[in-house]
Write a protein of this length. Structure first.
Length: 332
């Protein structure tokens, strides 16, 4: 099989021919049709994740099952599936018994088996989710990380009917958070530093677009505040500022890996009973519901597509912030 292999950190990835893998018990073999590229792939490239080279990355893979290992009963040959990050826990620890396999100390992911930037990919059957009927593989790919993450973040904010949601960082994750929030019927505004994006964000469903400067919290306050802020930005300064724009009782959910500590005014935190929450991929139902919303057409990921051979160019575009929302590699 052809695969994009990270042979050394901070060096171009190499397109290589590798032996075709075979599934063990509990595993499936997937012929990959599309594999999303994510900002986390840039972190992998720089060696900031606990992986050793050589390794095949790619954690937004979608394809067709072509071989099934012993003991797999819920999946069939020909099934169209995607694979999320955490695929399998040990099954016996307190976290697994509580249904929180992602927190298992022995959790298995693409970092153990290899990722989706290849023609074939091994995955634990427990990490696979069937695609809804009619959902295009290319459209589905970003939902297995970006979409899953922001749907969990929205759910972990515990939104009440009519609560106002603000999206901070309307990029690869944020443009999906905006659409999920509106699809669930919540009044939603977008915070952006780019005045030229206003019309586009309105088309995505933002009822209001607030162009912010150095102090997004002040801009949000002047726009009436928000009950919930979904923050996908990596800027700790922006998150710290925006927290002050929460209404009393509001919740800010941070889903980005910030570039420093998040600093909060203790009086704003305590007297306003505001909350800062962290979130990543959570309940499996968040992924399932996100896929259904995309399949229905109510949420439309904005995607650039590239052949696998251009993986290094795509990674460089990601690192320089040039990708418009999401990038997907095609495996034909």
């Amino acid at each position: 099989m052809r695969a994009a292999v990270i042979t050394h950190f901070n060096q171009p990835w190499e397109i290589r021919e590798l032996p075709d893998p075979r599934p063990q018990a509990g595993q499936v073999l997937i012929r990959i049709r599309a594999s999303g590229m994510c900002g986390t792939d840039v972190h992998v490239h720089h060696g900031t994740l606990p992986v050793a080279t050589p390794i095949v990355a790619g954690h937004e893979p979608v394809g067709e099952i072509v071989e099934i290992g012993a003991g797999v009963t819920a999946l069939r040959l020909g099934d169209r599936v995607g694979v999320h990050w955490n695929q399998k826990g040990c099954g016996r620890c307190a976290m697994c018994q509580a249904g929180r396999e992602a927190n298992c100390s022995q959790v298995q992911s693409w970092m153990n088996l290899g990722g989706g930037n290849s023609e074939l990919m091994l995955a634990w059957a427990s990490g696979c989710t069937l695609l809804p009927e009619g959902l295009d593989e290319v459209i589905a790919a970003p939902i297995f990380c970006a979409g899953y993450t922001v749907m969990s973040g929205l759910r972990n904010a515990d939104p009440k009917p009519g609560e106002r949601v603000a999206i901070l960082g309307v990029g690869g994750l944020g443009h999906l958070a905006l659409q999920f929030s509106r699809a669930l019927g919540l009044p939603t505004l977008a915070l952006t530093g780019q005045a030229g994006k206003k019309a586009e964000l309105h088309r995505m469903g933002a009822e209001e677009v607030v162009v912010v400067g150095e102090d997004p919290g002040q801009a949000l306050s002047e726009a009436g505040g928000a009950d919930i802020v979904l923050a996908t930005t990596n800027s700790a300064k922006q998150v710290s500022s925006t927290f002050r724009g929460l209404r009393p009782g509001g919740r800010l959910v941070s889903m980005g890996v910030t570039d420093g500590p998040i600093e909060l005014d203790p009086m704003s935190l305590i007297l306003g009973q505001r909350q800062l929450r962290g979130s990543s991929q959570d309940e499996r139902s968040d992924l399932y519901d996100a896929l259904l919303l995309v399949a229905s057409g109510r949420v439309k990921p904005v995607i650039e597509t590239y052949p696998l051979d251009q993986v290094n160019a795509v990674r460089e575009r990601l690192a320089s912030g040039k990708v418009r929302y999401r990038a997907v590699l095609l495996h034909n």
